[in-house]
Design a protein around this ligand. Structure first.
Ligand code: PGA
Length: 265
């Protein structure tokens, strides 16, 4: 069931697109449409997640066209506080600019060897620093074909967002992103995604109790566009979307607009 407390989240994962110059231009363009839209509905938060090097540029654009429910997110971070970790970002650095951080994206798991255990450490570190972790889980195409979705989801859930401190569990956001749907144009059906998301909510309830399960926001990700967002948002258990390809196009604004049509003003 959707509850009013579960404000919808539409997050845009720009992935490795737009350096600071392009990011500033694109952010300026979409913010001029996004700000009045988000202004009109108190039931939505939009989070823009540019590459790390472009965070400051996008933050600057957001200050010029400000709305408190348009937030900045990072795509990754490390869990250590500081030190000799060349190329990494510490949670305290991310929290200077961002409210949120995507963790355990399937591309990080596949290309950079991130394990559930590492994702768990990062999730705990994010919460310690007041960052909202957006923890990604999802099955590979071969696991989907073999009918192992639930097994994979159960294991990833337990190990990626297990052991969270009780006072912070409600701040976690989970993104269910079946890998076969990412960047393929073959989105899951709202029914299929909804079924897995309801299962994740059930698992979360087993770990942290019914109240936490009712509060936790679970997003769908994988080939979301303005054409299919309405169907996903109509599902009672789907609280928003993590958008990749369409987030670096004006279609992102349309996705937010369609979401508001579903969640109301
Ligand atoms: P996509 O990516 O919308 O391009 O499928 C989603 C994601 O990877 O978060």
């Amino acid at each position: 069931m959707k509850t009013p407390a579960r404000t919808a989240i539409i997050a845009g994962n720009w992935k490795m697109n737009f350096g600071p110059l392009q990011a500033a231009t694109f952010a300026g363009e979409i913010l001029s449409d996004l700000v009045p839209l988000v202004e009109a509905s108190s039931h939505i938060i939009s989070i823009i997640c540019p590459p790390a090097i472009s965070l400051a540029a996008v933050q600057h654009a957001m200050r010029e066209q400000y709305h408190q429910r348009i937030e900045l997110g990072a795509q990754n971070m490390y869990f250590e506080e500081k030190g000799a970790f060349t190329g990494e970002l510490a949670p305290s650095m991310v929290s200077e600019l961002c409210t949120s951080v995507i963790l355990g994206h399937s591309e990080r798991r596949a290309y950079f060897g991130e394990s559930d255990e590492l994702v768990n450490k990062k999730t705990l570190a994010a919460l310690r620093h007041g960052l909202r972790p957006i923890v990604c889980i999802g099955e590979r195409p071969d696991q989907y074909d073999a009918g192992q979705t639930r097994e994979v989801i159960a294991s990833q859930s337990l190990h990626s967002f297990g052991r969270l401190p009780a006072e912070h569990v409600k701040e976690v956001v989970i993104a269910y992103e079946p890998i076969w749907a990412i960047g393929t144009g073959k989105a899951a059906t709202a029914e299929g995604a909804g079924e897995v998301i309801s299962y994740i909510r059930q698992l979360f309830g087993e770990m942290y109790g019914d109240e936490a399960a009712l509060a936790v926001r679970i997003l769908y990700g994988g080939s979301v566009t303005s054409d299919n967002i309405g169907e996903f948002m109509a599902h009672p258990d789907i609280d928003g979307a993590l958008v990749g390809g369409a987030s670096i196009k004006p279609d992102f604004v349309e996705i937010v607009r369609k979401t508001i049509e579903t969640v109301g003003m």
